[in-house]
Design a protein around this ligand. Structure first.
Ligand code: ADP
Length: 222
């Protein structure tokens, strides 16, 4: 689904590189959490997958055009710009040139937000807001969903619901999920693979391997 070969990226086009020789291969149906310190290049890697930016050298190939993206921040919660849940989704539907309006009802139902069509985006809780962003990303029926820290600003119950939902669409609908995570517990419990970025380089492992390495680095024995 996503393959990176010797991928280098720098915002200035020259060294030092934010991404310093990334190689990875993510197959269809995986749920990958991308973890790493602030500034380690996680969002940059997502921007490369989304083709918002181009590699400085090397290549990244994404085998689908049906990509849903859930950004970390959105403009909808700005109370100076009141927009209902329906309007938020409908404007995106138009942007995607999707004819059927039923797709909005379906997406809202999928994330359990059917009762919120006429509610103003700015009055939603963090978790509800995130569910609408996920519903929006699902409008185009993606087979790859990219999320940037989906649990930011979401309370514990909301987090649980969001991760259960992501796991469900990954398992049942076969949607490949790539999620930037600062929430390590969520990364360990939900994903099939963890990609750990450090100093511009990264490595892919199972959640179990990640926990073992983490404990080893702390000098603990299991
Ligand atoms: P993370 O998502 O892991 O916090 P980022 O990908 O946002 O990391 O940032 C990686 C590095 O690239 C940081 O040093 C950051 O300051 C720099 N950076 C991010 N975005 C830009 C940009 N638009 N222009 C220049 N430098 C940037």
């Amino acid at each position: 689904m996503i393959k990176a070969d010797n991928l280098f990226f720098s915002y200035t086009g020259s060294p030092p590189y934010v991404l310093d020789g990334i190689n990875w291969e993510i197959r269809n149906g995986e749920y990958v959490s991308v973890v790493g310190e602030n500034g380690s290049g996680k969002s940059t890697l997502m921007r490369l997958i989304l083709k918002f930016i181009k590699p400085t050298s090397g290549r990244i190939a994404v085998q689908t055009k049906r990509i849903g993206y859930v950004p970390q921040k959105n403009d909808f919660s700005n109370s100076n710009f009141p927009i209902t849940v329906y309007e938020a989704l409908n404007s995106y539907r138009k942007l995607l040139k999707i004819k059927s309006k039923d797709i909005i009802t379906d997406a809202l139902e999928q994330v359990g937000m059917s009762d919120f069509t006429d509610v103003l985006m700015g009055t939603l809780s963090g978790g509800q807001n995130q569910k609408i962003l996920i519903a929006r990303a699902l409008l185009g029926k993606p087979d790859l969903l990219i999320l940037d820290e989906p649990s930011t600003g979401v309370d514990i119950n909301g987090q649980k619901e969001i991760y259960e939902f992501l796991k469900k669409i990954n398992k049942e609908n076969g949607i490949t999920v790539v999620s930037v995570e600062h929430n390590l517990d969520a990364a360990i419990s939900n994903s099939t693979l963890i990609y750990h970025l450090m100093c511009g380089q990264g490595h892919l492992c199972t959640p179990r391997q990640y926990v073992d390495e983490f404990l080893k680095n702390r000098g603990e024995k299991r």
